[in-house]
Design a protein around this ligand. Structure first.
Ligand code: GLC
Length: 651
C-alpha cells in the first residue's frame, strides 16, 4: 500500500477541520507544511508503507503537527520568527551552555531562578536541565526511565515551575535544552502497565515475545550496553508472561518504532516540549531507535529515516526548536546524524563531539596529539549549518570509542594504548603513579572494553593533589582543567560545561552507600552542590576562584570574537611538535591560532608554523595571557609551559 496524502482535498479537509487561516494568520505554517509534505510523505512511506493503516496513520501524524502548531503561544511564535530571521541562530559564539541536575544543582525548579546569576556571571546562557519528567525513584537511570512524559517529577517541582523558569530564562536572554527519552520508557509508564495487564495494543508499543526464539536471534548480533549491571537485551516479565526488549536497564523498555502509533505519540511529546519553550531538544540515544534481527540494532538506516521525519515534523510545527542527536557512536557513524544525500544538514542540527572529547583525554594522559590528529578525517566532515556540542565532561562516562586504526596509524599498539589509558584514569595499574582518580565503568570482560568515570577535577589530578596537600600539584591540576576547558571551548560548536566543574568538584563516593545508585559509578561525577563551596569562587586565592575566573575568561574570549561561531571554519596546524595541538579558526582573512600543550614539560613550536600557511603575521597577541609575541626565525620557538595554552591573534 502506498500513502497518497498529498491529494489536496484531504489536506484541505484537515486544514478546515482545524480552522486554519491559510491566507492570513497561519500562512507561514501552511507554507512550511506544504513545502515539507512531500518529504514527510516520502520518509513515512519508507518506514510504514507496508503497514495496513499507513495512510490513516500519516493523516493522524499531520493532524498532530497542526495541533502542535496551534498550541504554540504567541511569545514562542515570535521567538521562532526571530530565530528564522537570524538564520542558523545556534551557531553563534554568543551561546555557552551548562548541563545540570536541577535537584543536585539548586534543590528544585523553584530555586533555579536564584541561581541564574551564578551562571550568567560565568558567561553561561544555555541550560541543559537533565531529565525532569516523572521517573520511578530507584529505577530511574538518572531520569532516563520516564514513567510520564508530561508530568514533572515532584522531586523537582511542577510543570508550572518549569514554565516559570523558562519564562524567566527567556526574558533574561537565556536558552533551554531538555531531553526527550525516545528509545524507551520506564516499565512503570502507563503504556507498559497496560501491556503488562495484557492489552495487546500496548504490547505492540514495545518489543515483546512469548518465547526466546526471536530474542535469541536478536542477541546474536546485539552488543550489551551495561554488561555489568544489566547484561543481555531482554527481560522476562512475569505479569505479562512475555520477554520484553530492554537494551539499557531491565526497567527501561524499548519502544517499538515500527509501530506508527509510537512515532505519533512521541512526535506529540516532542511538540509538547517545544511548546514548553525548549530551544534545543536532546534526543536521547537515537542510535538505538530501530531494531532488526541480524544487526547490532544501532545506527540502522531506518533510525536515520525516523530522525529525518522527526526533523521535518518539528520544522513544520515548531521551527524554533533545534534538535540534538545524542549519538555516542564511532567517528565514521556520527556524521550520518547530520543527514546524508538529499538530507544533508536536515537531520539533527547538533551532535555531541564525543570522539574529540575522548581524544582530549587521550592527549592529556599520553601528552601526545597524534591519535587525535589521525581521527580528524572523520570529524572535520561536519556539514555547514550543523554544529557540535563540545565538552570535556558530562553526566555520562568517557568512552574511548575512536577507531583502533587511528591508534595503529601512529605506531602504537591499540590494545596496549587503551590499557594504558584505562589504567591511567582508573588508577588500576600496579606500578602507576598516575595523578588521575577515576574508575572503570561498564567493564566487559568478554570484549575487554571499559569506559571511564570521574569528575573533570579528579581526572585532572586535583583529588590526589588536595589529599596530599601538594601545592604545586594543585596548581598543575588547575592548569590542566583550564587546558581541557579551553580546548573544548575554542574547538567550534556550542560548549557545554558540566555543573560543578566550574568550581572544581572532585569525585563523590557516597553513591556507594545508596542501593539505587551503587551499581552505577557514573554517580561519582554527579555532584550534590554545596553552595558554601560554590560561593568560595568569590574569594580570591581559593581554587574555586581560580577555576571560576579562568573558565569565565575563556567563555568571554570566545564570545568577543565572532570567528568562534561554528562556521565550519576549523583546521589543524601541522604537528611540528606532537605535544602541541594547534587549531586554526578562520573567517575571511582573519584567523586565530589556538595552541594547547598537553605535555607535563615546556614545549616549543617553531615560528615557521605561523608562516607555512602563507601568512605574514609579524606579531601575535595572546587573548589569554595578554602577551604579544614577535614571530621569530624558523629555528626559534614559541615556548608554552606545561599544560599551557595560547589563543593567538595575528597582528
Ligand atoms: C543516554 C544517557 C545516559 C542513559 C542512556 C539511556 O546515553 O546520556 O545517561 O543511561 O541514554 O537512556
Amino acid at each position: 500500500m502506498s500513502v497518497e496524502i498529498t491529494r489536496t482535498e484531504k489536506i484541505d479537509q484537515l486544514f478546515q477541520a482545524h480552522s486554519l487561516d491559510t491566507q492570513g494568520a497561519d500562512r507561514d505554517f501552511v507554507t512550511r507544511f506544504h513545502n515539507s509534505l512531500p518529504k514527510i510523505q516520502g520518509l513515512f512511506q519508507e518506514l510504514y508503507g507496508v503497514h495496513e493503516e499507513a495512510e490513516s496513520q500519516l493523516l493522524e501524524l499531520l493532524r498532530s503537527l497542526i495541533l502542535g502548531y496551534q498550541a504554540r503561544e504567541e511569545s514562542l511564535l515570535e521567538r521562532d520568527r526571530n530565530k528564522a530571521a537570524e538564520g542558523n541562530w545556534f551557531l553563534s559564539q554568543n551561546l555557552a551552555g551548562m548541563s545540570m541536575y536541577v535537584d543536585r544543582f539548586a534543590g528544585s525548579l523553584k530555586n533555579m531562578p536564584s541561581k541564574l546569576s551564578h551562571l550568567q556571571d560565568l558567561g553561561v546562557n544555555f541550560l541543559h536541565l537533565m531529565p525532569l519528567f516523572e521517573s520511578p525513584q530507584g529505577e530511574s537511570d538518572g531520569g532516563y526511565a520516564v514513567s510520564n512524559f508530561r508530568k514533572v517529577d515532584p522531586r523537582f517541582g511542577t510543570l508550572e515551575d518549569l514554565m516559570d523558569l523558562r519564562k524567566t530564562m527567556h526574558s533574561q536572554g537565556m536558552y533551554l535544552m531538555l531531553d526527550i527519552v525516545l528509545n524507551h520508557t520506564s516499565h512503570l509508564h502507563d503504556w507498559a502497565m497496560k501491556a503488562k495487564a495484557g492489552d495487546q495494543e500496548y504490547q505492540n508499543y514495545y518489543y515483546t515475545y512469548e518465547n526466546r526464539w526471536i530474542p535469541n536471534e536478536f542477541e546474536q548480533a546485539m552488543p550489551e550496553i551495561f554488561p555489568e549491571s544489566a547484561p543481555g537485551n531482554f527481560t522476562w516479565n512475569e505479569e505479562m508472561k512475555r520477554w520484553v526488549m530492554t537494551v539499557f536497564h531491565n526497567y527501561q523498555w524499548d519502544l517499538n518504532f515500527s509501530n506508527p502509533k509510537v512515532l505519533q505519540a512521541m512526535v506529540e511529546t516532542m511538540l509538547f516540549y517545544a511548546n514548553l519553550g525548549v530551544d534545543l531538544l536532546r534526543i536521547d540515544a537515537p542510535a538505538f531507535i530501530w531494531k532488526q534481527t541480524g544487526t547490532s540494532c544501532q545506527n540502522l538506516p531506518q533510525a536515520h529515516t525516523l530522525l529525518r521525519l522527526i526533523k521535518q515534523c518539528v520544522h513544520v510545527a515548531t521551527p524554533g526548536m533545534a534538535l540534538l542527536g545524542e549519538a555516542i557512536v564511532a567517528p565514521k557513524d556520527i556524521m550520518n546524524y547530520f543527514g546524508t544525500g538529499d538530507f544533508v544538514a536536515q537531520e539533527c542540527d547538533f551532535a555531541y563531539n564525543a570522539t574529540q572529547m575522548a581524544l582530549q583525554w587521550d592527549m592529556l594522559a599520553s601528552g601526545d596529539t597524534s591519535v587525535m590528529l589521525q581521527a580528524q578525517g572523520d570529524i572535520l566532515r561536519k556539514p555547514y549549518g550543523t554544529s557540535w556540542i563540545t565538552y570535556t565532561r558530562c553526566h555520562d562516562d568517557i568512552g574511548l570509542g575512536y577507531e583502533d586504526a587511528s591508534i595503529a596509524q601512529t605506531g602504537k599498539d591499540p590494545y596496549l594504548h587503551r590499557k594504558f589509558l584505562k589504567e591511567y584514569y582508573s588508577y588500576s595499574g600496579d606500578q602507576w603513579m598516575s595523578p588521575a582518580r577515576g574508575a572503570l565503568f561498564s567493564s566487559n570482560p568478554k570484549t575487554g572494553d571499559a569506559r571511564i568515570s570521574g569528575t573533570l577535577a579528579s581526572l585532572c589530578g586535583l583529588e590526589k593533589a588536595l589529599f596530599e596537600g601538594n601545592g604545586p600539584a594543585i596548581e598543575q591540576s588547575i592548569q590542566k582543567i583550564l587546558l581541557m576547558q579551553a580546548h573544548s571551548i575554542f574547538l567550534g560548536g556550542l560548549p557545554m560545561l558540566f555543573y560543578g566543574d566550574e568550581v572544581g568538584y572532585t569525585n563523590d563516593y557516597r553513591f556507594q552507600q545508596d542501593p539505587s545508585k551503587s551499581y552505577d559509578n557514573r554517580w561519582m561525577h554527579r555532584p550534590l552542590l554545596d553552595w558554601e563551596k560554590v560561593n568560595r569562587r568569590k574569594t580570591e586565592g581559593t581554587l574555586e576562584f581560580q577555576l571560576f575566573e579562568g573558565t569565565k575568561k575563556l567563555l568571554a574570549i570566545r564570545k568577543s570574537q565572532d570567528l568562534f561561531a561554528d562556521l565550519s571554519n576549523l583546521s589543524w596546524m601541522t604537528p611540528h611538535n606532537r605535544h602541541i595541538a594547534g587549531l586554526i579558526r578562520r573567517k575571511g582573512e582573519e584567523r586565530r591560532y589556538c595552541l594547547f600543550n598537553f605535555s607535563d614539560q615546556p614545549a616549543g613550536l617553531t615560528w615557521y608554523a605561523f608562516r607555512e600557511q602563507g601568512e605574514s603575521a609579524t606579531q601575535l597577541l595572546d587573548s589569554w595571557t595578554q602577551s604579544t609575541y614577535t614571530v621569530g626565525p624558523d629555528h626559534e620557538h614559541l615556548v608554552i609551559e606545561p599544560y599551557g595554552f595560547r589563543i593567538l591573534e595575528p597582528r
